[in-house]
Design a protein around this ligand. Sequence first.
Ligand SMILES: Nc1nc2c(c(=O)[nH]1)N[C@H]1C(S)=C(S)[C@@H](COP(=O)(O)OP(=O)(O)OC[C@H]3O[C@@H](n4cnc5c(=O)[nH]c(N)nc54)[C@H](O)[C@@H]3O)O[C@H]1N2
Ligand SMILES: Nc1nc2c(c(=O)[nH]1)N[C@H]1C(S)=C(S)[C@@H](COP(=O)(O)OP(=O)(O)OC[C@H]3O[C@@H](n4cnc5c(=O)[nH]c(N)nc54)[C@H](O)[C@@H]3O)O[C@H]1N2
Ligand code: SF4
Ligand SMILES: [Mo]
Length: 697
Amino acid sequence: MSLALDLPRNGQVRGACPHDCPDTCALVTTVVDGVATRVQGNAGHAQTGGVLCTKVSRYVERSYHAERVLQPLRRVGPKGAGRFEPVGWDEALDDIAARLSAIAARAPEAIVPYSYAGTMGLVQGESIAARFFHTLGASLLDRTICASAGAEGLTQTLGGKVGMKVEFFAEARLILVWGGNAIASSLHFWRYAQEAKRRGARLVCIDPRRTETADKCHEHIALRPGTDAALALALMHELIVHDWLDHDYLRDHTLGWEQLRERALQWPPARAAEVCGVPVEQIERLARDYGACRASLDGAGPAAIRLNYGMQRTRGGGNAVRAVASLPALIGAWRHRAGGMLLSSSGQFPVQRAALQRPDLLAGRRPRTVNMSTIGDALLHPGDAGFGPRIEAVVVYNSNPVAVAPESAKVVRGFAREDLFTVVLEQFQTDTADHADYVLPATTQLEHWDIHSAYGHTDVLLNRPAIAPLGQARPNTAIFRALAARMGLTDPCLQDDDEALSRQAFGDAVDFGALLRDGFATLALPDAPFAQGNFPSPSGRCEFFSARLVAQGLDGLPDHLPNHEAIGSSADYPLAMISPPARNFLNSSFVNVTSLRAIEGEQLLEIHPVDAAARGIVDGATVRVFNGRGSYRCRAEVSTRAREGVVNGLGIWWRKLGLDGRNVNELTSQRLTDLGRAPTFYDCLVEVEADSPAAAK
Ligand SMILES: Nc1nc2c(c(=O)[nH]1)N[C@H]1C(S)=C(S)[C@@H](COP(=O)(O)OP(=O)(O)OC[C@H]3O[C@@H](n4cnc5c(=O)[nH]c(N)nc54)[C@H](O)[C@@H]3O)O[C@H]1N2
Ligand SMILES: Nc1nc2c(c(=O)[nH]1)N[C@H]1C(S)=C(S)[C@@H](COP(=O)(O)OP(=O)(O)OC[C@H]3O[C@@H](n4cnc5c(=O)[nH]c(N)nc54)[C@H](O)[C@@H]3O)O[C@H]1N2
Ligand code: SF4
Ligand SMILES: [Mo]
């Protein structure tokens, strides 16, 4: 109640960008007569620097979008047809509560929550929602869809999701932008890289696609998808044979050097060049540049690696991250605050997850875990044979699985089950919402409280609501509080309000007064955390060799694992397809924002001129992309942004806004990564053909 009183009629309100982006920008929303008129970057927040990306500078357009879902909706047509009628909140909640209670009484694990990072807020993410599902004893969800291979690789090497402070990239002399298109997906890191470039740093981009970031780097290494570990091992090979090593750092702060040395010596550059499909000279040159930065000599200056999640979406993604995360220790790069690497900083935040999510509410029950990356198979599973009960109800929030999960044909078939009860909390009528029994209108970041950690910097941000909820929209928390009450769940923690939850998220570890005053608070962390070792790993060292992996029956050392669907392994499907994000969308968010979709145009497939000519495909033609799992139609862009043998299907479109009501995930598979049980979106063989006139609509 007190929260609503905080809403200004006029003024500026500090907030946080909620989207799944490493930058977690500080926002300032201008409110005039109770209406948000403008969203800007907070100039007082160093990491934001007053600048937002194109997407979120359109936030007012998104929030007041004519297609916002602003009242509860109940399905009237067949599953998936997207036909709904308005219904009152009371009626909707009563019915949902009754349906879920009936299932919970019989088989609570038949209820599955499905959520990801539509908002990265800790409050509108897993707070009351987690408490609610824990109280019921519902299935747990393995939240693997994005980052868990890399997270596991990092954890098994450095000990956690830790790394350099992003601001110090500005002082590096050599920056490897590895597996990420920074200009599109972490603009604020790119500002620091640009600063370094102006000061004379060399920038190298390692990416199969010639991205806009690759264009702006001094060198582009266009390796085949899923071959990063081979490249990293060859770099180690060169560091070893030329003795570009920091022997003191290796002795004092690493574990398993002798074994790793032996492994790396099996990877001369010529072998890696063959696997990666790049010139051997490029590998040798990169090794020389990296070796020149070693810390034990008066070298060229610090070398920094900005690794991103794009390189861990293939079978060997976890091992690849292990290999790359090992590199800085070989040259002692961690000694300098501008040396080392960064994949994710999220492990540096003292988030009080147990206080927020209350796993104790399980009260000794141990529900099964459903992997969100294989939701297609899970929904189609008839139950048991180790699976547990057939899934009877799914509650989706902060995610759009029908568009973003792999192997869409199965995902769609699963969500189309007439006997599945589906509730979707959404801001928009997404492909997933089309498959709901009930769609419940959710507030946007302008309309609710939240608190945020980040994965690309180390500041905590508070988000205050700037405007009252539009229409009948409610925050996720309010919806789960209401459901809990109606289902007779009486633990008082199920009714904690959003301000209380915001305070619980970090407890005493962060000064809430500072957050209320400034909108952000910087964690007190050392500038060069691993200069003296002190890794958060079991040994306190950088673990080249992981005893924990051996205990799981896995290789203790990083290695190159060929893709599930390696180029050349199928005569029918000769092209490798990757599906990286389109610059003006954020996963499948923003696809319905007209001004942003206008920039992207149509669903595009970039194809190299040689591959296009071999198939009679001209620029701008409609093509059919297909493999054994499915097909979709899109527009071909004949371009050297694609390397030969690899096509780039830019994602992630709403299916219903695609050319034939499908998107790129029609082709991706549900096979998982080596570590972390993650999807292998970029490990996917396809064929492309010019669309026959008969097939065209
Ligand atoms: N504009 C925009 N920003 C985003 C997103 C978005 O959809 N749009 N998504 C957000 C999300 S969810 C995430 S997880 C983050 C990080 O998201 P990332 O997945 O890191 O996204 P990108 O920065 O586009 O980087 C992916 C890059 O990896 C390349 N790549 C593909 N396969 C390989 C490979 O095997 N090896 C190497 N070295 N590179 C490969 C692709 O060509 C692409 O350029 O970005 C976030 N930011
Ligand atoms: N082919 C292919 N597939 C991919 C990827 C790829 O690169 N290629 N990338 C993968 C990656 S990295 C990720 S992270 C996943 C992302 O997949 P998702 O996490 O599903 O992300 P979005 O597609 O952005 O969908 C988020 C939804 O949450 C809604 N939302 C936002 N805020 C709120 C809120 O406060 N309350 C409620 N109830 N809803 C809200 C938005 O409207 C949006 O529809 O996709 C994965 N899928
Ligand atoms: S999407 Fe990323 S760059 Fe854009 S405003 Fe949000 S945090 Fe900043
Ligand atoms: Mo992601």
